[in-house]
Each structure stands twice: as C-alpha cells, then as structure tokens.
Design a protein around this ligand. Structure first.
Ligand SMILES: Cc1ncc(COP(=O)(O)O)c(C=O)c1O
Length: 365
C-alpha cells in the first residue's frame, strides 16, 4: 500500500546537477558564477544577522524598491522568491489547475515538466528545430490550448536566445507565458521590461535569479516581474516568509553593486568566446551562447564517455540526454539527443578542462 498521492508515486522527481561536497573539483556543471559575490553582500549579511530574532519583511519591500528603481518599474510589479525555482513553483500553483496544460520547448529546463506532474497538470513538449529555433506553427497548435507556457531565454542547455517577437507569439490566448531569464544578464541585449506594460504583457511573467550573474547560488534568491494583478494572486500562494532576512539583504546589496556584476559578466563573456573557439578547434560542434555555458556535441557521439573521463580527472561538466528527439530533429521513442553543457568558469578552470578534453578527444576512436 502506498500512502503517497498517485501523482507522487508516478513521477521520478527532478534530479539537480551533482554537487560534490569534497574539494579539488573544477566544477563546470551547474552554471554557477566562478567569481565571488560583491563584498557589499557579506557586509549586508553581517548587519542583517543582528536582527534574526524577528521575522523578515514578508514582502521584501526594501529589495523590491531597489530592484524597481533599477528596472524602471513600480515595486508592486516584483515578487521575491527563494530562488527562481520557488517562483516557478508559485506560478504553477497560482495559475494551473489539475488537468490544465503546461507547455515548454524541448530540450529546455526539465524542471517545468516535474512541476506540471506535481500539480497533476497535463504537459506537452514543443520540440525545437535542430538549430534550436521555434517551429512557430507547430508551437501555436500547442500554446493555444495551454494555461501556462514556460520558456527559458536564453535557453538551457543550448544557450541561444530568441527574439522578443518570437516570444510574444507564444503567449497563450487564455494563459500565461513565463519567460525564465535565469541567464538573461549574460545576453548581448537585456530583456526590456517595458514589454510587460503592453496588453499582451499582462499575460507574461519574467523570472530572474541571483544564482548566476550575481554569484549567489548558495543564498537562494530570485524574483518575478509581472503586472501587479498577477503578483497579487501569487502573493496569496507564497509562504508568508518565503525569503529569509539574510537572502533579502544579500540580494539587495548585490543589486546595488552593478559594477561588480557587470565586471564579472564581462570576464565570463570573454572566457565564453575563448572556450567556444577552442572547443571547435577540438572538433566539437557548439552553439553560439548568450548564457554562462556552452552546449557542445562531438561527431563521435561519445558524450557520456567524455563526461566520465573528465570526471575521473576531477573536471565536472553536465552530461545531458534528451530522449524522444534526435540531433537532426527526428522524433520517436528510440531517438536521443545528448551532449555536454559546460559552464564558463575562470580562465584557469577552462584551461584545465580544455587540456583534459584535448587528451580525451585524441583517444576517441
Ligand atoms: C533555466 C533555469 N531556470 C531556473 C533555474 C533555477 O535557478 P535558481 O537557482 O534561482 O533556483 C535554473 C538553474 O540552473 C535554470 O537553468
């Protein structure tokens, strides 16, 4: 006899990337920032730590004011969360009933599927073309039935970014489009929040995280930007104190130090360019990335072996497999697209990775 809800019995659950707890790894598997957060963050945490005997501000007012100023918005458009993953959970719980449809591009962030399963919602993948573009016609057949469409932009694992026009076309007629901009700060052109003020924008939610560009993956902080009517519903769903006092203080301090974030962003983009060229020299096919990682495939198709051999040298990248679709866009249960997603580390980390890759690739048959 199972005591679980049938939905819980049925699903596998989301498995995050490996987080080894011993030292000595070149860790390029979960898109963290290789550089530390602004020194202002530690100061803000120390100050906030003096007041841990009282509850935090349930609405994160001070953070929202700072973020609103930066993005040129009213603070009522912002909802802070315990990582952007929590925001995604809040979104599903707020807007999607059991049986309603959640759609998302495939391959992309697999958590969307798990969230749909947990909610008892139905879900449908929208296959991307082999060049990672949208088949707009095929997409509209799905999105017009959806209550919620999720899409990362830039996408993961590919790192490419789609135009605002392409994305606007994904807004479901009777639903919400969630633009998951976890990697938005690494793109050439930042998303313009003004879009959200348009009528169709009132059916859009943008999510952002502090785990990547602001170097705060260990802190757990993200936020949503949306019309205040949408935010009002989401506030009913969130835990009263979903963000603790330390993370609110840390995020606000990180946001205030834009120079720090932008300097790290510039370094990461320079390293990204270098890694991309070096991978191609080694025979990999790569996608031009607008994020802090690169998707690489090798003509031998031996991605799992390459991953394992890197791991044996304590270089950890992400081996990802997407069943049901092939590199040429064929669909079917026997099809498989797989490859390596490599996070942009420091120059030194990337050099270590490249030296190992050169050795490994040389030995591939
Ligand atoms: C596309 C995408 N969305 C959201 C997240 C979650 O970020 P957070 O750390 O804010 O929960 C990730 C993390 O890797 C991601 O890749």
């Amino acid at each position: 006899m199972s005591l679980f809800r049938p939905d819980i019995d049925r699903i596998a659950g989301y498995v995050p990337g490996e987080q080894p707890q011993d030292t000595g790894w070149v860790k390029l598997n979960t898109n963290e920032n290789p550089y530390p957060a602004s020194p202002l963050v530690a100061e803000a945490i120390a100050t906030a730590a003096q007041r841990l005997h009282v509850y935090p501000d349930p609405l994160g007012t001070s953070f929202r004011k700072t973020a609103a100023e930066l993005f040129g918005l009213d603070p009522e458009w912002i909802l802070p969360g315990n990582g952007s993953d929590e925001i995604l959970t809040i979104l599903v719980r707020t807007f999607v009933d059991a049986g309603e449809l959640i759609a998302y591009p495939y391959p992309s962030y697999i958590l969307y599927e798990t969230l749909a399963e947990l909610q008892g919602a139905s879900h449908q993948r929208i296959p991307l073309r082999p060049d990672w573009s949208w088949d707009r016609e095929a997409a509209s057949l799905v999105t017009r039935r959806a209550k919620m469409v999720f899409t990362p932009n830039p996408n993961s694992p590919s790192g490419n970014r789609w135009s605002d026009d392409t994305l606007r076309a994904l807004v479901p007629p009777r639903g919400i489009l969630v633009l998951d901009e976890a990697y938005g700060d690494f793109a050439d052109q930042p998303h313009r929040m003004e879009q959200l003020a348009s009528p169709v924008g009132h059916q859009m939610v943008v999510t952002r995280t502090f785990s990547k560009s602001y170097s705060l993956a260990g802190m757990r902080f993200g936020f949503a930007v949306a019309h205040p009517d949408l935010i009002a519903g989401m506030r009913k769903v969130k835990d009263s104190y979903n963000c603790d006092a330390l993370s609110l203080a840390a995020a606000e301090a990180a946001l205030r130090d834009q120079d720090w974030m932008l300097a790290n962003r510039a370094r990461i983009i320079a390293t990204r360019t270098r890694l991309n060229a070096a991978l191609r020299k080694l025979g990999f096919q790569t996608v031009d990335s607008q994020a802090n990682f690169i998707w690489a495939t090798h003509p031998t198709g031996q991605h799992n072996a390459i991953y394992e051999q890197l791991k044996s040298r304590k270089v950890l990248v992400r081996y990802m497999r997407f069943p049901g679709i092939s590199p040429t866009g064929q669909f079917g249960t026997d099809q498989l697209l797989d490859g390596l997603r490599i996070t942009i580390g420091t120059d030194e980390q990337i050099d270590t990775c490249l030296i190992a890759l050169a050795e490994i690739v040389n030995q591939l048959s």
